[in-house]
Ligand binder design. Sequence first.
Ligand code: FES
Length: 100
Amino acid sequence: MVKKICVCNGPTCSVTGAESILSNLSELKHNHSGEFAVEICGCLGHCHNAPNVVVDGEIIENVQLGNVENGLLHGQGKKAKKLEDYDADEIIKDDFLNDI
Ligand code: FES
């Protein structure tokens, strides 16, 4: 199955390495032909852990430029907490107030 990778190109991810991640993924396509498709998306609301990328619907936070292949293609990246993993106080502290 082809992985769908969406690189956040919002303002914070842009200044923290989105373009380098895109470039790195473009280079990886030579050795991983047909394994993944890349597109660009807007802000994911996880700016405090930028740069962020979505892989098959799951947000991978704080993507390390030296670890794009392992983090995104081999599933070793730091996955964002899912909404159901938070309690209400954490949502207010972690996800919303930090992005304001
Ligand atoms: S700019 Fe990328 S998560 Fe907000």
